[in-house]
Design a protein around this ligand. Structure first.
Ligand SMILES: [Zn+2]
Length: 408
């Protein structure tokens, strides 16, 4: 861990890490803090990477963790997959998929949860909690189970069954809150204060975004000599795209990435407060609307300033996509690349398609899409996008009629 300081993203105030989770001047909603490392102290990192294990802890100088737990050595360094047939479908020159569905609990969120669990252990906590639309919770339950911490999870009652099964099998205490994600989030914050649990929620816990940053650090290292023109992510609370953008910037500053990709933020059409805030400069906190892509079904995002600034700094763009487009993209991604994306991850693929149609992406563009979650997490959502199987009697003639297209 290099020396770090905490800076308020709203007013620039520098806060004492021992005293504050959020800026005391701007309050818990707007006063989100950002971790800033002294990159001069991390200058030797590029020469050390070749000898390090392929997981998120290889970037130790850029992470807020003193001693990475051995039990969490399986997080990160997910593969990049060339997807030429998907590129042809989208009408761009090249598509690479960063398949974060291959993380231990099947999602990108393992990166943040691993850092959260490591920091909780470092500070002597026995219990850790979060509110989540699903993947942050499942990843926290999994990382806590691996490291021997107790986990308490607050989810909205609409959580997909696959994610609920993960929470329960990892032994977490689960509260299904009869309300929205915003209700679950508030309840979790109150519980952490009352019971002195470590709060894993990314927006109020600035260190969690550093875990998400590792996806950007990896992309930079995996594409160092051949960086994509664009990096595409679907966006809910805003922490993930902010983290990836930050990781890319740090690697660029350290000389490990030739040039900075532009960020494309993708939101669901009916739940797009960040895309709107990028235009207006303020967040509408009265947000409503819904999408079947549960991981980005966040009408009131907690980290809007970091997300909007991360995309703007990269000279990036925002697009929105409808649920029908997400369903089609999930099918296209699976059949044309072999990667099974959960609905929110497929939204990023749909966003690339929409950006190409809008002219934001051109035919010559080289695009990297982050697949943030595995499709097996939400089977009902996946099946809603797919054709029916052929139902036949156990009779080869019936199979032949379908194979040959012959009428019965
Ligand atoms: Zn402030």
């Amino acid at each position: 861990m290099s020396p770090l300081r905490l800076i308020c993203v709203a007013c620039g105030n520098i806060c004492d890490p021992r005293e504050h989770d959020t800026c005391p001047h701007c309050g818990p909603d707007e006063g989100i803090l950002d971790v800033e490392f002294d990159l001069r102290q991390a200058g030797g990192l590029p020469g050390k990477l070749a000898a390090r294990p392929h997981n998120i802890w290889r970037y130790a100088e850029l992470l807020p963790v003193d001693t990475p737990p051995q039990s969490l050595a399986d997080i990160g360094w997910t593969p990049l997959i060339e997807a030429p047939r998907l590129a042809a479908e989208l009408g761009v020159a090249r598509v690479r998929l960063k398949d974060d569905g291959r993380n231990a609990s099947g999602s990108f969120k393992d990166r943040a949860s691993a850092v959260g669990v490591a920091r909780a252990l470092q500070q002597g906590f026995r219990e850790i909690a979060c509110a989540s639309t699903g993947n942050a919770a499942t990843s926290l339950a999994r990382c806590a189970a691996s490291a021997g911490l107790s986990a308490t999870i607050f989810v909205a009652s609409s959580v997909p069954q696959g994610k609920l099964a993960q929470l329960l099998v990892y032994g977490a205490r689960v509260f299904c809150v009869e309300g929205t994600y915003a209700d679950a989030y508030r309840l979790c914050t109150e519980a952490c204060q009352r019971f002195r649990w470590y709060n894993r929620n990314c927006a109020v816990n600035p260190y969690l975004v550093e875990g998400k940053k590792t996806a950007g650090l990896e992309i930079a290292e995996q594409c160092a000599s051949d960086p994509p023109g664009w990096v595409v992510l679907s966006v809910g609370d805003g922490c993930s795209i902010a983290g990836v953008a930050k990781g890319l910037r740090e690697m660029h500053t350290l000389g490990l990435l030739e040039r900075l990709p532009r960020m494309l933020g993708v939101q669901a059409r009916d739940v797009a407060p960040l895309a709107a805030a990028a235009d207006s400069g303020t967040l509408d906190r009265g947000g409503r609307g819904s999408t079947y892509a549960d991981s980005i079904n966040v009408p009131i995002p907690r980290n809007w300033r970091k997300a909007v600034a991360g995309v703007r700094h990269s000279r990036g763009a925002w697009v929105t996509v409808g649920d029908d487009q997400i369903r089609q993209a999930a099918f296209d991604c699976g059949r044309l690349s072999g990667v099974f994306a959960e609905p929110a991850a497929a939204a990023a693929v749909a966003g690339a398609a929409a950006a190409r149609r809008d002219g934001v992406l051109g035919a010559d563009d080289d695009v990297l899409i982050v697949i943030t979650g595995n499709g097996l997490k939400d089977i009902a959502g996946a099946l809603s996008a797919l054709p029916e199987p052929h139902r036949v009697p156990p009779d080869i003639a019936a199979v032949e009629r379908i194979v040959t297209g012959a009428n019965p």
